[in-house]
Design a protein around this ligand. Structure first.
Ligand code: 2P0
Length: 323
């Protein structure tokens, strides 16, 4: 019997940046995201008595021990809950450019939590799946849900999980400008840890988050795409500002990221309601009306290749698939 599931990636509009507890992955702040249709991971977990150790096959290729670290954390928790010791084979296919700041860990670890728990015979609630996915990768806690989701930081394993915020069946979309799909130099895990520990700007970031979160929820409730974009853009810029104050300093921006941000400002001047957000990588994600995605894409073809531009609409939460 197979246990294939699919989880979609999510992009944070209010960013998760920093951990209060690195072992349990308890974040410093609540974050809020939109799950998207365009990028996802499909995973099947099989517990097999004949295996001597856990195995991970990513896009058909066996992975080494380093790639297994996050996966093993989730598998160990599932084994503990199910009272088994059996090792597992994990087959995972990423329909996401891996480690390019396009949040492959969010969909990957959410899919793993879903499939591993099913394979072990556990019937977990969305809340428990969110907690389990969180232990693999923080942002994965939000990919359990479709549409908008808020990861409520909590203060322990039991109290830190995501909840659905609102349906996203309105005129909102995202457009990805992929300026680089190579693996990044500084992982988000290392980047956020360095920032928390050394950046004098980190406290300033934390101090403004409650206001950002509250106005963002209001804007989502009002289906106000302009306001959603405006708050998300400033929130992302504040997050990226903290990295410049870290020791040693670093940035995820490349010259092409700045070119993309400039293009967004120009589009805004021509009357489009469009803003950008960026994660732990150089790619730029536009927040706009779904109904204007094609028009905006057309304008961007002056500066970028068609292959660099990927439209995304709100997507579903974790679900089982037949394969
Ligand atoms: C986010 N990021 O909210 C933020 C914004 C990157 C920038 O969540 O260490 O891969 O596994 O919990 O989830 C990326 O961090 O990090 C991330 P871990 P994760 O989407």
């Amino acid at each position: 019997m197979s246990n294939w599931v699919r989880a979609h990636t999510n992009i944070a509009l209010i960013k998760y940046w920093g951990k209060e507890n690195e072992n349990l992955i308890i974040p410093m702040n609540n974050s809020l995201s939109l799950t998207l249709d365009a990028f996802y991971t499909e995973t099947n977990v099989t517990f097999d008595d004949d295996l001597k150790s856990d195995q991970l096959y990513l896009n058909g290729h066996m992975q080494d021990f380093n790639a297994l670290i996050k996966v093993k954390t989730v598998l160990d928790l599932v084994r503990k809950k199910a009272g088994i010791k059996t090792k597992a084979r994990v087959d995972s296919y990423n329909y996401v450019p891996t480690a390019a700041g396009l949040a492959s860990s969010a969909s990957g670890l959410a899919a793993l939590a879903g499939s591993a728990s099913r394979a072990a015979g556990l019937d977990l609630s969305s809340k428990d799946l969110s907690k389990l996915a969180r232990r693999g990768s923080g942002s994965a806690s939000r990919s359990i849900y479709g549409g908008f989701a808020e990861w409520q930081k909590g203060h322990s394993h039991e109290t830190s999980f995501a909840v659905p915020v609102d349906a996203a069946d309105w005129d909102i979309g995202m457009l990805f400008i992929v300026v680089n799909d190579k693996k990044k130099d500084i992982s988000s895990r290392e980047g956020m840890s360095r920032t928390v520990n050394t950046s004098p700007f980190y406290q300033g970031w934390l101090d403004t988050l409650d206001a950002d979160l509250n106005t963002m929820k209001e804007a989502i409730k009002n289906q106000d795409v302009h306001k959603v974009g405006e708050i998300a853009e400033r929130n992302a810029l504040k997050m990226h500002a903290t990295t410049l104050g870290a020791k040693p300093p670093f940035t995820y921006w490349s010259p092409d990221s700045i070119k993309a941000m400039d293009a967004v400002k120009q589009l805004r001047e021509t009357g489009f309601s469009v803003h950008f957000t960026m994660d732990a990588g150089p790619n730029v994600k536009l927040i706009c009306r779904q109904s204007e995605l094609e028009d905006i894409k057309h304008h961007l073809l002056v500066d970028f290749k068609e292959s660099q531009l990927i439209s995304a609409k709100p997507g579903p939460g974790l679900h089982a698939i037949s394969k």
